[in-house]
Design a protein around this ligand. Structure first.
Ligand code: FAD
Length: 523
């Protein structure tokens, strides 16, 4: 008997986000999570504007803001330094506020365990979600009608089976679900062992008071060949995390981590370690995100070094992309191809994130450190160093989009990619820019759980064909009329449930076809 529509294995950030997305749509979800509490490792801190939009739609954005561990008036900017942290060779880095006008909500910074606590609380409020904390998934079988998850109590002997229509592995980079489904991965190994340290030091806070409004710091040295020494604040004044490459074979007891921190900062300071851990620096991407009734999302689908803070944000976008598609299929208004489009949209975006951003950071830093040195030519080094982040191109260029998706009416030859541009014009396959309507509310306040048709100007032809198509296909759709100034550059904008534009144009007949395409019912 199918007890649940969807089994979500792994109640980390991505699994909980997906469960909320589904549960809010009335989809019956069972989450299997092995830990009763979020793990107290302060990773995944840097939350983009797009991620806070998800929290808005998941009904817990104020709670996310309230859970911030750095006071609201303290800055959350970043800084890159040459040689050591305490240096005048530094510049502002990854200033995500540069693209704030293109999103409805502002970016945020808080430790992942705090984010997870917010999501767990929100999920507990939704009746359609059952959560089995303290249970591990040990295997998964699928057949023509559904999936069966084998689960076992983590501390105890009990075992059980849960049956659902679909399963999504949100169980992290060592995903049991991915393995059980036979989904292979492509790995690119950087052959580096990384240490992750969490430590307390009020003295470091005092030393860094000279750089106000900063919450994360990256120290580049030529010896590390483009790999980072990264400091991040966990709170304001006391707790920090740090990651950097360490020699192969390093263990907790075989290495002087205090001296490594002192060298990275540029002077001794008191340090009290709370946690010392390791991971292998590598990129991994699942060769497919779907196999039959099984999907993978978040780190189960892709993992990479935490450079640039893309991991949790990319995982949340997976959840948002898959949530409405699974709901549409289960509720009968999405075609089978809609489920395939999850892989077709999200996998190339991750590949591009890995190549064009994360690996590019490492390669560009390495090339710079090889080419320029204050010891060889100080004047040339200073000119090049201080012009490095002038355009902050990595923030502006990171604009995941689905121009090449088969369910989007994008431009001929379009591709799905993380590389794009921020403009307000509505473009098929791109995130919808916010816009104030005549009544003073934002269009984002009017976006519902289904599709939204934004009609601009009183001269736009009647939308009958699009609305009739929606009725014929049982696609939930809301109509927003706006007759003031518009930044969208089209009479009509058809917005998907994940706030991406499916189509922008002026012909309602074209719009009707685009809607059928957007839910994967033949055109
Ligand atoms: C040092 C560091 C810093 C980082 N900084 C950033 C950052 O600033 N920004 C950013 O976006 N990302 C960052 N990341 C990456 C981010 O932490 C991950 O991308 C994120 O945790 C992925 O979330 P997830 O839910 O997919 O997987 P996970 O967080 O790994 O969650 C998986 C969940 O599944 C559970 N689970 C696993 N196996 C089973 C099983 N068999 N049965 C039941 N439950 C299971 C686990 O207990 C866990 O709760 C950082 C990572 C590191 C290591």
């Amino acid at each position: 008997m199918i007890e649940y529509d969807v089994i979500v294995v792994g109640g980390g950030p991505v699994g909980m986000g997906l469960a909320i997305d589904l549960g809010q749509r009335g989809i019956r979800v069972c989450v299997i999570e092995r830990y009763p509490e979020p793990q107290p490792i302060p990773k995944g801190q840097n939350l983009t504007q797009r991620t806070t939009e998800h929290f808005h739609f998941w009904g817990c954005e104020p709670e996310l803001r309230a859970a911030r561990t750095i006071p609201q008036n303290a800055g959350i900017g970043g800084m890159t330094c040459y040689g050591q942290l305490l240096t005048d060779y530094n510049y502002d880095w990854l200033n995500r506020a540069l693209v704030k006008d293109y999103y409805f909500t502002a970016n945020e910074r808080l430790p992942q365990f705090a984010t997870e606590a917010v999501l767990r609380k929100r999920a507990a409020e939704i009746e359609a979600i059952d959560i089995r904390y303290g249970w591990s998934c040990t295997g998964l079988l699928q057949d023509a009608d559904g999936v069966t998850a084998e689960i076992r109590q983590r501390e105890g002997e009990a075992s059980d089976r849960v049956r659902g229509g679909y399963a999504v592995g949100c169980d992290g980079s060592r995903s049991v679900v991915r393995e059980a489904a036979g989904i292979t991965q492509t790995l690119s190994d950087h052959d580096r062992l990384m240490a992750l340290l969490v430590f307390r030091s009020t003295e470091l806070h005092q030393l860094l008071e000279r750089y106000p409004d900063k919450a994360f710091y990256n120290v580049l040295t030529p010896e590390l060949e483009g790999y980072w020494q990264f400091f991040g604040r966990v709170d304001l004044g006391t707790t920090w995390f740090f990651h950097a490459p360490v020699p192969p074979g390093t263990t907790k007891d075989s290495f002087d981590f205090t001296s490594m921190l002192h060298a990275a900062v540029g002077q001794p300071f008191e340090v009290e370690f709370e946690y010392i851990g390791f991971w292998d620096l590598r990129f991994a991407i699942a060769d497919r995100y779907r196999k039959g009734r099984v999907f993978v999302a978040g780190d189960a689908a892709h993992s990479h070094p935490p450079y640039g803070g893309y991991g949790i944000n990319t995982g949340f976008e997976d959840a948002r992309n898959l949530g409405w598609k699974l709901a549409a299929r289960l509720q009968g208004w999405g075609g089978e191809g809609l489920l395939d489009s999850y892989d077709l949209e999200r996998r190339p975006v991750f590949a591009s994130t890995a190549d064009d951003f994360i690996a590019a950071f490492i390669e560009e830093d390495r090339a710079f450190l090889e080419r320029y040195s204050p010891d060889r030519d100080r004047e040339e080094f200073e000119r090049m160093w201080f012009s490095r982040n002038d355009a902050a191109s990595e923030v502006a260029a990171f604009e995941p989009n689905y121009e090449g998706s088969p369910i989007v009416s994008g431009p001929p030859g379009g591709l799905c990619s993380a590389r794009g541009s921020h403009v307000h014009e509505a473009r098929a396959g791109h995130h919808l820019s916010p816009m104030t309507l005549e009544d003073g509310r934002n269009v984002y306040d009017r976006l519902g759980a289904g599709f939204t048709l934004v009609r601009i100007g009183e001269t736009a032809p009647a939308p009958g064909a699009i609305l009739q198509q929606a009725e014929a296909l049982s696609v939930p759709i809301g109509l927003v009329n706006h007759s003031g100034d518009s930044r969208y550059g089209a009479d009509y904008v058809l917005v998907r449930p994940d706030n991406y534009v499916a189509w922008a144009g002026s012909s309602p007949e074209e719009g009707a076809k685009a809607l059928a395409r957007a839910v994967a019912f033949g055109v």
